[in-house]
Design a protein around this ligand. Structure first.
Ligand SMILES: *Cc1c(COP(=O)(O)O)cnc(C)c1O
Length: 388
């Protein structure tokens, strides 16, 4: 089976992990700080909090921004459920903004329209989670303009986009947002096994996320309400979690980060080959914003033609041992969200996109021969489906 995505772990990664296994720390220790520093320096931001998943990072980000009961969080329906669930964890109401048919990211026009209506009704969102889908940056300058106009906070769910650039700035530098979140799940661009990170420019948000990462417990006397009763003394001053990353994971992430630019270059070459190979097929190839550099986490084709032609192509490719996938089932169509009142038809652009979308294999360790096999098989499957 050729997977749609896969980690790439080499001897240098393994050595970095073994070194930690032989050291004094296994759970959060100096390797976590070293990894936080390295990612922050890489993207050009000052403050970072490493945690055990991007889902945890999104939750901490929402908590740090004060999201709670009675508040609204908006996000894109074309994302993994975690981008929306973080709002529900905090007791907030979640709503969605339909996507742009070209970028597959949240549509700026739809956002602006929805904000105008919400403003009149006094139901403006407190937080908007923008998702850089497949590694393609959202139009952050426009999002920043609307953020200033309407006063909401912005979290960038950059689970697909470490290393991506928008207007020559790396995603994660938080030029137009409050917090950016990365995922280090094995199918993402670099991995720690499980893991995530929240980055910010704001000291207050950083302090809050550090506190909530470890149960809401502090050992800093300046933050205590009482007086320190001895060296053993700590205080719980908020309700936090155990969202810590281990030093073992951080060592892997630190080593992987050194390889990231090589991974990105390889993905870019593979995308170029795909784009050329599918030029004459009845498919829509991914668009790349000329103002941005996608990190190319995913390569998504839209299979054009009759209804469910995509399903047909999908089945043929799976049968021929190519583990294609679909990103994403619109979040509002999940049974859990339907039970909250969402329906088919609520976000038609995301729904139409979903019916055609097909994610084909893209990962640095895919060989040229494997890619040639994918290309040949996709061509055959699409042509055969189009002829029926
Ligand atoms: C993978 C992913 C997440 C969740 O990441 P985890 O590290 O697995 O918690 C969140 N949002 C998006 C868009 C993702 O792709």
């Amino acid at each position: 089976m050729i997977p749609y995505g896969r980690q790439s772990v080499d001897a240098s990664d393994i050595d970095a992990v073994v070194e930690i296994l032989q050291s004094d720390f296994l759970t959060q220790g100096p390797a976590v700080e070293r990894f936080e520093r390295a990612v922050a320096d890489y993207v050009g931001v000052r403050l970072a909090v490493a945690v055990n998943s991007a889902t945890s990072a999104l939750h901490l980000a929402c908590r740090a921004l004060g999201l709670g009961k009675g508040d609204f969080l908006w996000t894109s329906p074309n994302t993994f459920v975690a981008s929306a669930n973080c709002g529900l964890y905090c007791g907030a109401s979640v709503d969605f903004v339909d996507i742009d048919p070209k970028t597959y990211n949240l549509s700026i026009a739809a956002l602006e329209e929805k904000l105008e209506v919400a403003s009149r009704l006094g139901r403006l969102p407190k937080v908007i989670v923008v998702v850089h889908f497949a590694g393609q940056p959202c139009d952050m300058e426009e999002i920043g303009r609307l953020r200033r106009k309407y006063g909401f906070s912005v979290i960038e769910d950059a689970s697909h986009a470490i290393g991506a650039k928008y207007k020559d700035k790396k995603i994660g530098d938080c030029s137009w947002s409050d917090i950016t979140v990365f995922s280090f799940h094995p199918v993402k661009l670099i991995t720690t096994g499980e893991g995530g990170m929240a980055l910010t420019r704001r000291e207050d948000l950083h302090q809050k996320m550090l506190l909530l990462r470890t149960h809401g417990i502090t050992r800093d006397p300046t933050k205590m309400t009482g007086t320190k009763e001895g060296e053993w003394y700590y205080e719980q001053i908020d309700l936090g979690y155990n969202y810590r990353m281990t030093d073992i994971q951080a060592a892997l992430g630190w080593s992987q980060l050194r390889r990231l630019d090589g991974f990105l270059a390889r993905r870019r070459e593979q995308v170029k080959r795909y784009n050329e190979a599918f030029n004459a097929l009845p498919v829509t190839r991914p668009w790349e914003d000329p103002r941005a550099n996608s990190a190319w986490h995913l390569y998504v084709l839209l299979v054009e033609g009759a209804t469910d032609i995509r399903g047909h192509v999908f089945a043929v490719l799976r049968e021929r041992k190519i583990d294609v996938n679909v990103h994403y089932i619109p979040v509002h169509l999940q049974p859990y969200y339907r039970a909250l009142g969402f329906h088919r038809g609520d976000f038609p652009v995301a729904e139409r996109y979903y019916e055609k979308a097909l994610t084909i294999p893209l990962y640095p360790a895919m060989t040229e021969e494997q890619q040639d096999y994918v290309i040949k098989t996709v061509r055959e499957a699409v042509s055969a489906a189009a002829a029926t």
